[in-house]
Design a protein. Structure first.
Length: 247
């Protein structure tokens, strides 16, 4: 199998042998793959300076096994220039992809959302709504889509002025005030996420808490490295809005 000219991103890189790199790649038509970039650590490597995160690249690889051999890596667009808190947001999105995507399972819609998210983080600096929308698409594309349309008990449409208790794996229940687990959230916030409307500060806080509970349940207690590091650096609740996206 030989692939050439495939749009993709380098999600993660780590040393492999004395001169090579082992890569986690997210490609548009082939999903997440693992590949060895042979000789990439050498001074005169054809890949030197090309293997970097948050840059749209044109990739090629070959091989029959689980781990492929990289044969092409060329920039296909500009570096998105993530800085400060938004750089950690980018790493957070990449870590979610590594943890939730099976190898060689294509998710073209999720790839497009990842690209769109990097553009937003790099251009306008808007992080909170960008992360929440990416998380929504990730959950849907990997089979864990949220129930945002109706009350799980009655089947009635979610009402904006009602309070709900959202239980991971089940959905939204009218809040009775005595439920354990899950998270309390307003109907207006669930509707905003469903319709992808304008998110005000209260909606963003509630959606962040909702997604945090959902991911904690799906990860079975495993922690996200980027969230831990981010929280250590940006501990101050009065930090800039962009620094509160993961806190």
């Amino acid at each position: 199998m030989r692939i050439k000219g495939e749009p993709g991103f380098i999600l993660h890189r780590r040393p492999f042998s004395e001169s090579s790199l082992l890569l986690d790649i997210f490609s548009r038509r082939y999903g997440r793959i693992t590949a060895i970039a042979k000789g990439a650590r050498r001074q005169k490597s054809q890949y030197r300076g090309m293997i970097r995160p948050f840059a749209l690249t044109t990739l090629g690889w070959s091989g029959k096994g689980e781990v492929k051999t990289l044969t092409q890596c060329e920039w296909a667009g500009p570096d998105f220039g993530l800085r400060g808190p938004n750089l950690f947001c980018g790493y957070y999105l990449s870590e979610l992809l590594i943890k939730f995507l099976q190898r060689y399972d294509p998710h073209e819609r999720l790839f497009d959302q990842y690209l769109k998210s990097l553009v937003h983080l790099g251009v306008d600096g808007e992080s909170q709504s960008t992360l929440r929308l990416f998380e929504k698409v990730l959950l849907r594309e990997t089979g864990y889509g949220l129930q945002l349309d109706k009350d799980h008990d009655t089947g009635q449409p979610i009402k904006p002025n009602s309070s709900y208790h959202y239980r991971p794996g089940l959905g939204a229940f009218v809040n009775q005030g005595n439920e354990a687990g899950g998270v309390v959230i307003r109907g207006s916030s669930l509707i905003a996420l469903r319709e992808e409307l304008h998110f005000d500060a209260m909606i963003l806080r509630e959606l962040k808490q909702l997604h945090r509970v959902i991911f904690q349940s799906l990860l079975d207690g495993r922690s996200l490295v980027t969230r831990q590091i981010f929280s250590q650096i940006y501990q101050n609740e009065k930090s800039p809005l962009s620094a509160q996206a993961l806190n």
